[in-house]
Design a protein around this ligand. Structure first.
Ligand code: DAH
Length: 336
């Protein structure tokens, strides 16, 4: 009796196909191929037994075994390509790179820098004035006595000089006491009509305390055109305050004395139930226009001096002006 039977072939085929289908990796599948079709494989040994069969059954079993063999081979190939694409799938899933992700940040040793609150406010204001057609101009901090005093109608003997004592160099120059220096400097450079703002650092010879610094910041503004009146001044100041505070502000003008404006005003705003002195301003004094080479019969202007440091301090509730240029990181980090 032959060891080969249809039942045996069927069983072998059944277990072979099931085990191929159950292979979960290409390595496992390869081991199964060897186990079935390798030299000593189960199927191979069955084939070998064909030789011992009667010619008749050899022929029919030969045909059967061949078809089962090609079925097993087909199944091995199919599983192989399935596992192949599965493994590609798996690799794609595990090894994928999302090129849209941000690159890993470099190791940061110190925290990145941030703008000083002064610069933040200065830039905000520059933007507001830029929108109103003003040019932002810059000028020297080390200044000639002429631009700081004389050209602003503050002659040598004028008492206003005492209020703005400053640091002098041996050759008679000084650290500017206000950004009003940019009035005549701008008139010389830019012929009217003109609208400028000049933010910058100023210096005073002061006894330093919480509200007085030897160094602080201002922003000067000036408009010179034909027929400029106090009405223009009020219009621009109200527009500026609306931009800064986000809503219409109640203001008042009080007379104020500054040698380089006539009339001169203190502009106050109604803030938290009281009047707050905010902006000194006025119409540019004819003498100042003349110092700038401009004919006051033809041109007029207004000017204002915004206390930038003061504005920053009230906006961020900073109670000591010395923090502003103290360089203390505990202070500065609050604005990063
Ligand atoms: N320069 C003056 C100061 O520092 C401020 C000032 C007052 C500027 C009136 C002006 C102005 O332009 O019109 O005290």
């Amino acid at each position: 009796m032959s060891v080969i039977s249809t039942q045996l072939v069927d069983d072998l085929k059944g277990t072979a196909l099931a085990s191929i289908a159950g292979a979960t990796s290409l390595e496992e599948l390869d081991a199964k191929r060897v186990e079935l079709l390798g030299k000593k494989g189960r199927f191979t040994s069955l084939l070998k037994e064909l030789g011992s069969l009667e010619p008749e059954s050899r022929k029919s079993f030969g045909a059967l075994l061949n078809s089962v063999k090609s079925e097993i081979e087909g199944s091995l190939d199919a599983r192989k390509s399935a596992l192949g694409s599965e493994s590609i799938q798996r690799r794609l899933e595990t090894e994928w790179i999302d090129v849209t992700l941000p690159v890993q940040a470099p190791v940061v040793i110190a925290s990145p820098g941030a703008l000083h609150p002064l610069l933040t406010v200065q830039r905000d204001l520059e933007q507001i004035f830029h929108g109103l057609g003003f040019t932002v101009v810059d000028g020297p901090e080390m200044e000639r006595e002429y631009y700081n005093f004389e050209a602003l109608n503050i002659p040598n003997t004028h008492p206003a000089r005492d209020m703005q004592d400053t640091f002098w160099t041996k050759d008679g120059n000084l650290l500017r006491t206000h950004t009003s220096t940019m009035q005549v400097r701008s008139l010389e450079r830019m012929k009217p009509p003109l609208k400028i703002v000049a933010p910058g650092r100023v210096f005073r010879y002061e006894r330093v305390d919480a509200t007085h610094g030897h160094t602080f910041y201002q922003m000067e503004g000036m408009m010179v055109d034909r027929h400029v009146s106090v009405g223009h001044l009020i219009y621009f100041m109200k527009t500026l305050l609306r931009e800064i505070f986000g809503s219409e502000q109640k203001i008042r003008l009080r007379p104020g004395y500054f040698p380089f404006v006539e009339p001169g005003f203190e502009l106050d705003i109604w803030f938290q139930g009281r009047w707050l002195e905010l902006l000194p301003c006025g119409l540019v004094h004819p003498k100042v226009l003349e110092f700038g080479g401009i004919d006051p019969a033809e041109w007029q202007g207004f000017a204002f001096g915004l206390g930038l440091s003061r504005l920053v301090m009230s906006r961020y509730q900073i109670h000591d002006i010395r923090h502003m240029d103290g360089g203390d990181l505990r202070f500065l980090r609050q604005f990063s």
